[in-house]
Every structure is written in structure tokens, then in C-alpha cells.
Design a protein around this ligand. Sequence first.
Ligand SMILES: C[S@@+](CC[C@H](N)C(=O)[O-])C[C@H]1O[C@@H](n2cnc3c(N)ncnc32)[C@H](O)[C@@H]1O
Length: 290
Amino acid sequence: MSFVEYSDHIQEGDVAIIYLGHDSMMPVKVQQGAQTQTRYGAIRHSTDLIGKRYGSKVTCSKGGWVHVLHPTPELWTVTLPHRTQILYTTDIAMITMMLELRPGSVVCESGTGSGSLSHAILRTIAPTGHLHTVEFHQQRAETAAQEFRQHRVDHLVTVRNQDVCKDGFGVTGVADAVFLDIPSPWEAVKHAEAAMKTQGGRLCSFSPCIEQVQRTCEALAHQGFEEISTLEVLLRVHDVRTVSLPLPDFGSLPSESPERTAAVAVKTTTPPREIPGHTGYLTFATRART
Ligand SMILES: C[S@@+](CC[C@H](N)C(=O)[O-])C[C@H]1O[C@@H](n2cnc3c(N)ncnc32)[C@H](O)[C@@H]1O
């Protein structure tokens, strides 16, 4: 198992996702002799997990069952242990596309936080890209590095425990893309520029407050970045319901015909009137070739 490569069978040392239901999943480190308790009873790793195919339905000790899934960045985002606020897949999808990430991309990121975005970046840039991620909180940096090893993606990532606003990313002229998720991104813009390739690249900064966005945009313009734009991604869940629609009457049917009052049942969707759930603003910019 690796977060960037699929394996068919569960092995000792893997991180597997136990799926109890759509809103109830948990990651487990698979170990000989270990047990995991669920509301359906215990799962015995040696007999219930090791050697089984990913996707298998496993019966727990109380007779209930769960599915065991191969980990993905999306599943990790909804099951990871939170050490900070994290980015979710809705924003991550937009970030990945707008930063033009692809296999082979070199990316600089700060802060690492809980590593939610980092895992998605790693899956996209594998097998030949590299992520340089900077986190100034020592324990968070160490835990992220340990998770990258456990998830067998550590060959694709370098974790640096330093202040990106003071010390930058620790690399110069290598990045195709830079991502910032820190309280004062404007202080890191000059370091972002230094980290980027001379042929240019893309930058994204995530901030919850518009005042942070304003200061970041000013710093980006001052540093010579172009195509600066800010957007907010809002998830719009549509309600699906069945409505009854009358068949159109084109006037050709006799007035007593039952078809004049006939109706058909159709499925339709309605968007919500209000969309709660502001996460943050995503500011994108391009650094042109120098
Ligand atoms: C909101 S979290 C990042 C979450 C991350 N994007 C994720 O998806 O898991 C912000 C992180 O930035 C770190 N941080 C804040 N300012 C920093 C700085 N100047 N240099 C490095 N890390 C910083 C914090 O310690 C925190 O862990």
C-alpha cells in the first residue's frame, strides 16, 4: 500500500480505511495481532485484514460488517487526525487544477498543518515530482514527516521545520507552483517568488478573511505577479425530488379526453436558497518568465 500506488491486498504495516458508513470511517494501522473496536464489534487484523483484498466486506465480532478500503487522499482528508484546520476536497480540487499540477511538478507548500492538502498534491505529482513543505510548529512537522513515511510517500516530499516568512522554503528556482495556507501570506510572497523556476509558475494563497486577501494581492502585485484573481468555492447541494408536470395541451384533443388532464412524474432538483459554509478565499497568481 502507498498513497500514490494501488495494491490489491492488505499487508502488515498498511494504513487501511475502515468504512462503517458514508459518514463514519476510520483509518487503522494494520498490525499482526492487533484488534480494532467498532460499533459492530472487533476486527482482528491477523485474520480479518492481512491478506484480504482491499474493498472486502469484513464481518466483525458482533456479527455486523464493514468494508476495508484502500487509502486515498480524499479518504485521508475525511479521516485524518486533526492537528490544525485543514483543507477539504472541494477547495483542493480547485487548487490542483488552477495550480496546473501534474506528474513531475515541483511544489512548495506552507504550512503543512495536518497534511490534508499535502497528500493530494503528492498523489498528483507522483511518481517524479517533489513537494517541499514548510511548517514552523516542530511537532506538526515531525508528525507530518512520520505520516509521509507510514504512507510510503516520503521519497516525494521534504518537510522543513522553519518559519516560511523569515527563512523561505529552503529551495531556490525549482518550484512550478507555490501554495500558502498561513495567517500572513503577504510576508511569504518574496520567498515564494525566490522558490519558483525562472520560467515562471503559479501561486495560490488560501485565507479565510478578505483583509488577508487584500494584503496578499498587494504584495503579489508589488512582487511582479500577474493574473491575480480571487475566488471562493461553495458547494451547492441540490435537493432531488419528484414533481408532477401536466402534459402539454396543444388544443388538438377533445375537451372530454382524459389525456387533457394527464400528468407525468419527473425528477427535478432545487438548489438551496442560501449556501452556508465559507471556508476561505483562494487567490491565484502567475509569475511570468524572468
Ligand atoms: C491551517 S494550517 C494548514 C493546513 C493544511 N493546508 C492542511 O490542509 O492540512 C496552517 C499551518 O501553518 C503553520 N504556519 C503558520 N505560519 C507559519 C509560518 N510563518 N511558517 C511555517 N508554518 C506556518 C501553522 O503552524 C499551521 O500548522
